[in-house]
Write a protein that binds this ligand. Structure first.
Ligand code: SAH
Length: 322
């Protein structure tokens, strides 16, 4: 990192980098505010070392208070991240792990933009720090652009620093399409109590492969088995995301099939109202309620996700850096 190099070259004591990080994690806007650093060091850093790896291109605010930020990396890739504000005071960040996404889920706008590259840990953390400068934050979900399990090392490196920013591991969730190599490593190696979410969206391989081509590579049964192993090892439930597409996956029989597939001890279902991206229609409220009713009767825990930020295309599946 440029900052560490610069500090070392100047012969600064080893704790300087930690001091800078402490300030940044608490939401200061630049080196000038870091009052326990010598004045000449502050002005030199201000001049020579960019404070963030990301440049803010644009910011939009939705009527529900959601804020979406569009950033540009040094080498010109676009990245979006979202701050969600809830009435109970919760402040949740939706972070991106990649610029674009190489997977091509048919209902998701990110998959339709050109894939850029994996983000570095600093680029992921700088998304969080940006919002921390607006206000204190307490939750994070890796549900922005990209597939976190394709960039696991950087995602974990960033996640491991989030507690300094105010977001504990228990309040951090990594969401995956079920990319098995990454998921297996996550289950085996990650001892921090970070939460796991699986984007499922269908209860049969046939339909899931139609919606999510990645399913042809890693079959449903194998992905679910890996989630069950996570539960056995870590004793934490796995969240299942299920986006409700009218006439595609929202029928009552499909709810029954989902209830048969998922062990209520292991999984908790989050039904997501579809946010328009072109291909599909959203399920009616009534269809969502009927679907949930079947899951309730089967004692499979289920909730309906509160949609945030749809009017600024900041909702699930709408991040496309447009
Ligand atoms: N690639 C990871 C991380 C992104 S999470 C993953 O897919 O899990 C983004 C979540 O939003 C996923 O659950 C995804 O399936 C869901 N989503 C995508 N497009 C959507 C849309 N148009 N409406 C609602 N949810 C959508």
């Amino acid at each position: 990192m440029l900052l560490k190099e610069r500090l070392a070259n100047r012969g600064e004591p080893g704790y300087r980098a930690g001091q800078v990080w402490d300030w940044a994690a608490r939401g200061v806007g630049g080196y000038a505010e870091m009052t326990n650093l010598p004045g000449n060091l502050r002005s030199e850093l201000e001049q020579d070392v960019p404070f963030s790896t990301l440049e803010l291109e644009r910011e939009a605010k939705a009527s529900d208070g959601t804020v979406k930020a569009l950033f540009r990396t040094r080498d010109g890739h676009l990245v979006e991240a979202v701050l969600m504000r809830y009435r109970d005071g919760r402040r949740s960040l939706c972070l991106s792990s990649q610029s674009g996404c190489p997977l091509t889920c048919t209902f998701c706008a990110t998959g339709q933009m050109r894939f850029g590259r994996n983000l570095t840990a600093s680029e992921i953390l700088d998304q969080a720090l940006h919002f921390r400068r607006i206000e204190p934050v307490d939750h994070a979900v890796f549900m922005g652009m990209g597939e976190p399990m394709l960039n696991l090392d950087s995602v974990l490196e960033a996640a491991r620093s989030l507690p300094d920013v105010g977001i504990t591991w228990r309040r951090t969730t990594i969401s995956t399409v079920g990319w098995l190599p990454g998921l297996t490593r996550f289950v085996d190696e990650v001892e921090e109590p970070v939460r796991l979410a699986l984007s499922l969206h269908a209860s049969t391989d046939e339909l899931r492969s139609e919606l999510m081509p990645v399913n042809e590579r890693y079959a449903l049964a194998d992905v679910l088995a890996e989630c069950e192993r996570y539960f056995k090892l870590r004793r934490r439930k796995v969240f299942v995301e299920y986006v409700m597409l009218r006439g595609v996956n929202d029928r009552v029989e499909q709810a029954r099939s989902l209830a048969n597939l998922l062990d209520p001890k292991v999984f908790k279902v989050n039904l997501i109202p579809y946010n328009p991206t072109g291909m599909y229609d959203r399920s009616s409220r009534r269809a969502i309620a009927a679907f949930k009713h079947v899951l309730d009767r089967a004692r499979l825990p289920a909730t309906v996700r509160l949609t945030r930020g749809r009017d600024i295309a900041a909702a699930c599946g709408q991040l496309a850096a447009g």
